[in-house]
Ligand binder design. Structure first.
Ligand code: PEP
Length: 248
């Protein structure tokens, strides 16, 4: 049985005081949920938020991670540093990292393998651009991102991977895939995992949807058979909206 999982990606928002208030409100407002709940604050607020969520049901995520443990990597954050702060999950392959910062499938794969070797859960983001969707390439693009992102990941390690399907054209745009369209790609992802691993692996894979998820569209999306949760950007910045999605 797949456990429902809602994660909030705060991106480059929130100073320390704001992060503290938001994290406390999310802990309070999502108490008693059956879902897994995770927040991914900016790096500067991770330590503060880690103290707030410690001992609660809310898990701590990081928005990115270096592909190396230590050394001359100016501006990067090591898996050792994230573990030290109490991070349990790392978001990798987010479309903003792929498209705005030029992260390739092979770099993302190095990060995935390193993160898993350090015991983290990985939320691996995949998704097509509008042009790719309009030219009928969505399934192929997502399939390639999955295959390259998971190269060298064994079925045992796959148990610590969550896939987030995030169509690029729906992120931060207010446009959402219809529940039917999203579910169709989620089913495709599950089939692809079945081909790469096994039907048991496909059945147990948690697949989140991301792209302008809001309180008013969450229940339609989360009601679909293959949609096991959400990766939420904008709406995760207000405790009330985020909690409404968790409680959808
Ligand atoms: C995201 O950043 O992963 C995301 C889905 O953002 P938004 O919910 O704002 O579209």
């Amino acid at each position: 049985m797949r456990k429902r999982f809602v994660a909030g990606n705060w991106k480059m928002h929130m100073n320390i005081a704001e992060a503290e208030a938001l994290a406390s409100a999310i802990v309070e407002r999502t108490k008693g949920t059956d879902f897994r709940v995770l927040v991914a604050p900016p790096f500067t607020a991770l330590h503060t938020v880690s103290k707030i969520v410690a001992g609660s049901h809310v898990e701590l995520g990081a928005q990115n991670m270096a592909a190396a443990e230590k050394g001359a990597h100016t501006g990067e954050i090591s898996p050792l540093m994230l573990a030290d702060i109490g991070v349990s999950s790392v978001i990798l392959g987010h479309s903003e990292r792929r498209h705005d910062y030029g992260e390739s499938d092979s770099l993302i794969n190095s990060k995935v393998v390193l993160a898993l070797s350090h015991g983290f859960e990985v939320i691996l983001c995949v998704g097509e651009t509008l042009e790719e969707r309009d030219t009928g390439k969505a399934e192929r693009v997502v399939g390639t991102q999955l295959e390259s992102g998971l190269a060298g990941v064994s079925e045992d390690l796959l148990a610590r991977v969550v896939v987030a399907y995030e169509p690029v054209w729906a992120i931060g745009t207010g446009r959402t895939a219809t529940p039917e369209d999203a579910d169709a790609i989620h089913a495709h992802i599950r089939r692809a995992i079945g081909d790469m691993y096994s039907s048991a692996a496909a059945e147990s894979l948690v697949i989140q949807y991301g792209g302008s998820v809001k309180p008013d569209n969450a229940s339609g999306l989360l009601g679909k058979e293959n949609i096991d949760g959400a990766l939420v950007g904008g709406a995760s910045l207000k405790a009330e909206d985020f909690a409404a999605i968790v409680n959808a």
